[in-house]
Write a protein that binds this ligand. Structure first.
Ligand code: FE2
Length: 195
């Protein structure tokens, strides 16, 4: 039985950073619609008995399950996105900072790379921090595509679909990314996934 992600924070916790309107639309309508669509699509099928990750892996690259893949992957991606954010500004721990510096030479360079890859994603998609053979890397995916379909471990994500920023930032993806990268990253979530 799949459950809709219950967030540990409310729209007002993001006051001054993410508007209630963006929060309500993104979490309450877009994310919710992917979840509701997925339940409808798998209702009465074998897929009902599987976890979200199993559904993604089973539907990936199967033409007749394209809608199941798109909706299940978008549920996973949004679950991961909300957990990648925090309304209370945080800094990476010494442990995490050391790991980041080992792979990106500095925190600023890491943040700059994250923004560059996110800006380089043409159209809808996601930017991901992943763990690849012990190294921290940054990649992007298109539309609903998700690293876990390929067995790649995600550590952090930022949604770069227009619905994530259009209400507050209009077409200014860079402005949205500056806010998320500098003020909203949940470094603890990143570190928990790394460990
Ligand atoms: Fe989204």
């Amino acid at each position: 039985m799949l459950n809709f992600l219950n967030l540990p924070f409310l729209a007002q916790d993001f006051s001054g950073k993410i508007s209630s309107e963006t929060f309500d639309f993104h979490y309450g309508k877009h994310h919710r619609a992917y979840f509701d669509n997925l339940l409808k699509l798998i209702s009465g099928t074998d897929l009902e008995n599987y976890s979200l990750e199993e559904i993604i892996k089973k539907s990936f690259s199967q033409d007749n399950l394209r809608a199941v893949f798109n909706n299940s992957a978008q549920v996973f991606n949004h679950d991961f996105y909300w957990q990648s954010l925090t309304p209370k500004k945080k800094e990476p721990s010494k442990f995490l900072l050391k790991k980041i510096i080992a792979n990106f030479s500095s925190l600023d360079n890491f943040k700059g790379n994250l923004k560059k890859v996110a800006l380089g994603q043409f159209g809808s998609g996601w930017v991901w921090v992943i763990l690849d053979k012990g190294e921290i890397k940054i990649i992007s995916t298109s539309n609903a595509d998700t690293p876990i379909a390929y067995g790649i471990k995600p550590l952090l994500t930022i949604d770069v679909w227009e619905h994530a920023y259009y209400i507050d930032h209009r077409n200014n993806r860079a402005g949205y990314l500056d806010l998320v990268i500098n003020d909203l990253i949940n470094w603890d979530f990143f570190e928990d996934n790394l460990k």
